[in-house]
Design a protein around this ligand. Structure first.
Ligand SMILES: Nc1ncnc2c1ncn2[C@@H]1O[C@H](COP(=O)(O)OP(=O)(O)OP(=O)(O)O)[C@@H](O)[C@H]1O
Ligand SMILES: [Mg+2]
Length: 256
């Protein structure tokens, strides 16, 4: 579904991603781990078209997307959430979710006919409510986002991402800053999204999360992939232990 071929991204002298290859198949949860500053978020920025790659190519559903604009890539079915939540805090939960539906709104001739426009709006609203139901926050649909607990704000972000019917969903540290209980809930939500047919690329600091739900994991260190495989293979990889797990134990690196 997504193929990344020898992609490099440098910012002036800083090489954030170097010759990266990645193959994500349909229907899987693909985990991306690595120390702070390894290049994980940069990878998401490249896949979503927010940043241009310095070299290499990115192919989604058989089509080259390397030079496409973010809105074009989004229309093809790629949506993300952000490491730092980006919602409209003074708007309601439902309004925020409906912001994600823009790629579905029919701008054709029928949208000029009030009957069709109204019934389409109603359909989209019902669908947004269904997503809130799916993530267990339907009863908070009229709350302002700023009044929600942190984990629920993450859920609103995920509902908004889902509202554009993505085939590929990119989640950037969805459990960052959460307590154990919230982390477990969000982990279950992610597994549920896969069951509903989404393919998921997941950046995650929490080892227990990434090991428990990923079908495959790639480890990035200083912009390069240093290991890839099933969770149990990654857990026992000496390079990974040295680069990531060891460092985390020694320095007690906190999620950013
Ligand atoms: N827009 C940018 N301009 C310049 N340098 C950048 C930019 N974005 C990222 N970088 C640099 O690229 C490197 C990788 O950053 P990135 O945010 O991708 O890391 P990360 O793996 O997501 O880290 P974290 O775990 O802290 O979120 C860092 O050295 C960072 O400073
Ligand atoms: Mg990051």
């Amino acid at each position: 579904m997504l193929t990344i071929k020898r992609v490099t991204k440098s910012f002036g002298g800083v090489v954030a991603i170097l010759n990266l290859d990645l193959e994500v198949s349909q229907g899987m949860i693909f985990g991306i781990i690595g120390p702070n500053g390894a290049g994980k978020t940069t990878l998401f920025n490249l896949v979503t078209g927010v940043l241009p790659a310095s070299s290499g190519s990115i192919i989604f559903k058989g089509q080259e997307i390397t030079k496409l604009k973010p809105y074009q890539i989004n229309r093809m079915g790629v949506t993300r959430t952000f490491q730092n939540i980006r919602l409209f805090p003074a708007m309601t939960v439902l309004e925020n979710v409906m912001m994600g539906q823009s790629r579905l709104i029919n701008s054709g001739i029928t949208s000029l006919i009030p009957y069709y426009a109204r019934s389409k709006a109603k359909e989209l609203k019902q669908e947004a409510e269904g997503l809130l139901e799916f993530l267990g926050i339907a009863e908070k649909k009229n709350w302002l986002v700023k009044e929600l607990p942190y984990a629920d704000q993450r859920r609103v972000e995920m509902a908004r991402a889902l509202s554009s019917h993505p085939d590929l969903l990119l989640l950037d540290e969805p459990t960052a800053g959460m307590n154990e209980e919230e982390t477990a809930e969000i982990t279950a939500d992610i597994a549920k999204m896969r069951s509903a047919g989404r393919t998921i690329l997941l950046i995650e600091h929490d080892m227990s999360v990434v090991m428990s739900i990923s079908d495959r994991i790639a480890v990035i260190n200083f912009g390069q992939k240093i290991a890839e495989g099933k969770p149990e293979e990654i857990q026992n990889d000496p390079l990974v232990l040295e680069a990531y797990l060891g460092r985390e134990e020694e320095e007690n690196v906190q999620p950013s």
